[in-house]
Unconditional design. Sequence first.
Length: 451
Amino acid sequence: MPHYDLVILGAGSGNMLFGEEFAHLRCAIVEPGRFGGTCLNRGCIPSKMFVVAADAAEEARAAARLGVHATVEPVDWKTVRDRVFRRIDPLHDSAVDYRRDNGIDVYSEEARFVAPKVLQVGAERITADTFVVSVGSRPLVPDIPGLDSVPFHTSDTIMRIEDSPASLVILGGGFIAAEFGHVFSAFGSDVTIIQRGPRLLMAEDEQVSERFTELASRRHRLLLGATVAAVERRPGGVEVSMTCADGDHVVQAEMLLVCTGRRPNSDRLDAAAGGLELDGHGHIVTDNSYRTSVPGVWALGDVVNHFQLKHMANAESRVVRHNLLHPDDLRTLSNKVAPHAVFTSPQIASVGLTEQEARRRGVEYLVSVRDYADTAYGWALEDTTGFVKVLADPHDRSILGAHIIGPQAATLIQPLIQAMSLGQTADQVGRDVLYIHPALTEAVEQALLDL
Ligand SMILES: Cc1cc2nc3c(=O)[nH]c(=O)nc-3n(C[C@H](O)[C@H](O)[C@H](O)COP(=O)(O)OP(=O)(O)OC[C@H]3O[C@@H](n4cnc5c(N)ncnc54)[C@H](O)[C@@H]3O)c2cc1C
Ligand SMILES: NC(=O)c1ccc[n+]([C@@H]2O[C@H](COP(=O)([O-])OP(=O)(O)OC[C@H]3O[C@@H](n4cnc5c(N)ncnc54)[C@H](O)[C@@H]3O)[C@@H](O)[C@H]2O)c1
């Protein structure tokens, strides 16, 4: 039975741990799929490459508001798809070769714990002094009558389809529905979104979620507050039957995309057999240095945290790397500020408390909302729907949260993330910094000055 100093399970964010500091150790990595994990192969990176193409098509169509008249030929799905995956697909083989060339054993079968710190990988059983579990998450498919007997896609497969469908029904109203709704609608598909909640992107600040739902209803058919009763196969596609607040609905479409959340892969790893404590959602429980309940076993990324965001997994892997190298000087994630963005149209970005969460927790707050339309660049864009919202503490004037909907939101929010992370007040970041005129960042400046 091979014994290692260090074994990493999952070559997504876990693959970032290696470095020359580990060169003197006997190391292995286990990856049954593709190196780069979800983010590179079927998540953040390819989806944003599709989003940028969708943005280009949408921008051209919307340019008439500026006096620029353009027509968009049907988007060539295969060209977009092949451009995306020609860039991504070769990376797996080069990553495997790179690890092997550097003396790291690469196992290509699924790993399962059979006992604490004893792993079954294909026909091999391996042990190690130290394990890092970074096996990620996968799409959660809900238990809906008929779903198991119709063809459907998840985010794992939808980006590799042969052609964009004439009509697409999306089950779910979160990140993936918002991003792929934008992509397929911009590429010419007739999109219907079926969402359990009363609005799309329910986790966002209510004002943002309401604005986005209103804007999305102009592009897609929205069925909100839906309880899906059945899914059936129909000639040329699928049929979904549901009950919404306003009665029963039946939708037919050529293709079905299911994006109703993700679940951690701890079950596939048999984390329980490995002695690893799990929470009620199947996440591996760690302390804030990412140590699990088994000494010598660490865990990070989607299998651990509920944020399921790549920048969180990256930050955790930097902390775990430090902790493996400095067991007497353990670090925690220094920065608890967890921002995110939804790359839909318009973009959405958020950090910290939402207004509804502040109310629910009884947190005192000041709030300001500034429209893009109040700034010179907002005029140039002819934007009528974007805004920046900031919540601040009325006593120490620290920033509690920020929420932006509109073009470039994911970029515009960065100074506010910075301020929250570094403990700057709304006044410091609003008054003591020069904002370039007439950039869109003036909307952020104005929201801060209004507090
Ligand atoms: C469509 C989509 C778009 C996204 N867009 C964004 C975005 O824009 N921004 C953002 O921050 N986040 C985004 N995310 C989330 C982001 O991809 C994840 O949070 C991130 O990839 C998690 O990294 P990880 O290393 O924990 O897991 P993964 O990257 O999933 O890596 C886990 C690896 O473990 C392997 N594995 C699984 N089981 C085993 C086993 N038993 N033994 C060994 N290996 C195993 C898997 O094959 C996989 O390669 C997106 C996700 C999706 C699905
Ligand atoms: N830009 C980004 O950072 C990005 C992009 C895509 C995905 N992600 C990550 O991937 C995760 C998964 O994305 P997701 O969109 O699948 O999940 P999500 O958690 O964002 O949204 C799930 C949605 O499905 C709805 N839903 C659940 N069950 C349903 C049912 N039976 N019928 C109808 N609706 C139902 C929920 O109301 C919710 O709106 C995200 O939470 C996020 O962490 C991030």
